[in-house]
Every structure is written in C-alpha cells, then in structure tokens.
Design a protein around this ligand. Structure first.
Ligand code: ATP
Length: 308
C-alpha cells in the first residue's frame, strides 16, 4: 500500500554548518489496512519521514508510492488530487479557531474540490459521527478539550474518505485517559473503515496499544523493524540499543525526564499542552518519579475492539 524506496530528505545547512540529513536512505513497506508505528527520540527524523509520505515534505531523493501510484513522479495538480487519499492529524490539532467544528471539517472537503455545499455538510456530519462528536458541531475549537479537538481533527481527516491516515504524535499533548480514547477511535477507524494508519510517537505504550508493525528510527535511518506483537512476548529484546531502551521498563519516554509528574484525572478529557524538553540520552534514563504508564491506564479504560 505504502512503499518508501531509498527515501532521503536533507535540509540546507546554516552558514558554516553541515546539511541536516533528517531522513537517510529509508526503505519501508506498509501493508494495506495495517497500523505502522514509527518510534524514536526527538530529532530522529520521524515527522519528516511521515511528511514524506504525503509529500508535505518532498524527499530530496527516493520514491514514494501510495496505493500503487508513485507520488514522487506526479505533477502538482495530480499530487493535489492524490493527496485526498491521505488524511493527516497533528499533535497540535491544527484547527481553524474562527470556524466552528462543522466548518473546520467542511473546509477539508472544500480544499478537496467538493463544490456542493449540501454534500460537504452531509459528509462533515458523517465524519463527526464516526468520532462521536456531533453534539459539538456548532461550537468553536476554543470551547473544546484537547481530546475533543483531536477527535475533530480525525473527523476532518476522514471527511475526504482517505485510504491512509498519517498521525504525527497525535496523543502527545493529551493526558493518558484521553490518549486511550483517541487511540480507541484510531483503532476503530482502522478496523471498521480499513484505513491504513501510520503513527509517529515517542511513546512505546501507544505503539503497544495500537500498532501491527514497528519501525525504530535513529539519526534519520530506520535501524530496526519488528511486529508489534513481539512487544507482548516475554524476553523479547530489540537488536539495537535504541530499540532496547525504548521498550525498557518505565519508558513512555517522558521528555521532561520525569520532572513534571501529574496524575491523570478519571474524567480525563482535558487536553493539556505537553511541554517540550530534550529527551534523556539513552545512557541516561529519566530520573525522578515515574509517570503512570499509559498501559496501566489503558487497562483501566475499556479499549473495546483494541487490537491487542
Ligand atoms: N524544515 C526544516 N528545516 C531544517 N531542519 C529541519 C526541518 N524539519 C526538521 N528538521 C531537522 O531534521 C531533523 C529531524 O527532525 P524531525 O522533526 O523529523 O524529527 P522527529 O524525530 O520527528 O523529532 P520530534 O520527535 O522532536 O518531533 C532534526 O534535526 C530537525 O531539526
């Protein structure tokens, strides 16, 4: 379904510096209808690789194929049409604040060239129903919690009926209970609509809950791949030190190094902004009180139809 062939992406150097090789000769096959997790530390190149799939970031070299079409060979107009098959959601939700929830979703259909307003309204209503947020159709994003905003973003991505959903750290700004809710919707979308999901995250617990396949990135390269079910197998150890570190106990890769520990509230659906900080170096694991692992909370929140 998605085939990345020797994809590299470099960014020009600042004066006197070396260019940044954000993605370095990555080849990856993602089967139709699967959930592919991409994990690694900050700066590993995960987001750039994800944005290479819909050419939001055009690779410097290599080929990107989606649904049998080589996107890297298309002209601008053909690429614009092909992109309707690929929805995307982001850590920061990216909703338009001065439009209502329904208008935000309709906007994606407008961009996709749907001229009939009634069709846009109907399809937006359908998409909002998929993520159970129809009751918020007339409110503005500022009136929503983080989890609700992400559900609207999922609806917006689904409105064009894509075959692929790209998720860039979709739960990083959410508390663990809200994370479980959003993951549930992504699992449902994958299972019920057959949408191929690619999810970039620094949280192994998200991968464990959702993914079929895992790719570990370091310094722009995919250094290791394994089936996500391996994560449930006792004694499983990735081959690379970065992979072992990411799956080791206590690693929900809390980027603040455990300095800000916050117990989630069961009411849950209160988005809170994640604070950015450098990740710990692999040889320097996080200190301080361990944040409640998402798995503990996922166990507490029913995850019906969850994949694992
Ligand atoms: N538009 C850009 N211009 C210049 N450098 C960039 C650009 N986008 C990304 N980079 C650099 O490319 C490298 C990979 O960045 P990328 O955002 O893909 O990593 P990541 O693994 O997603 O990190 P994070 O988890 O922090 O989002 C980093 O060194 C980053 O600074």
């Amino acid at each position: 379904m998605i085939s990345l062939r020797h994809v590299s992406t470099s960014f020009p150097a600042a004066r006197g510096k070396e260019p940044i090789h954000a993605v370095d000769d990555v080849s990856l096959e993602i089967p139709r209808g699967s959930i592919q997790g991409i994990i690694g530390f900050s700066g590993a190149g995960k987001s750039t690789l994800l944005r290479n799939i819909n050419l939001l970031e055009r690779p410097t070299s290599g080929e990107v194929h989606v649904g049998g079409v080589e996107l890297t060979a298309l002209d601008d107009e053909a690429l614009r049409r092909a992109r309707h098959q690929i929805g995307m959601i982001f850590q920061g939700f990216n909703l338009v604040n001065n439009l209502t929830v329904a208008q935000n979703v309709e906007l994606s259909l407008k961009f996709a060239g749907e001229k009939d307003r009634r069709v846009r309204r109907r399809r937006a209503a359908e998409a909002l129903e998929i993520v159970d947020i129809t009751d918020k159709a007339k409110v503005y994003p500022a009136q929503l919690s983080g989890g609700q905003k992400q559900r609207v973003a999922i609806a917006r991505a689904l409105a064009t009926r894509p075959e692929v959903l790209l998720c860039d750290e979709p739960t990083s700004a959410l508390d663990p209970f809200t994370t479980a809710t959003v993951l549930q919707y992504l699992a449902d979308v994958n299972r019920e609509l057959g949408i191929t999901v690619v999810i970039v995250t620094h949280e192994m617990e998200v991968i464990k809950a959702l993914a079929d396949h895992v790719a570990v990135m370091e310094s722009g390269r995919v250094v290791e791949q394994f089936p996500a079910r391996e994560l449930q197998r006792e004694g499983f150890a990735p081959h690379t030190s970065i992979g072992r570190y990411l799956v080791s106990d206590g690693i929900s890769v809390d980027r603040d190094g455990g300095a800000r520990t916050q117990a989630p509230t069961p009411s849950g659906d209160q988005g809170r902004a994640a604070e950015s900080a450098e990740p710990p170096a692999p040889q320097d694991p996080p200190r301080g009180p361990r944040r409640l692992a998402a798995s503990e909370l996922l166990a507490a929140v029913p995850f019906e139809g969850g994949r694992r």
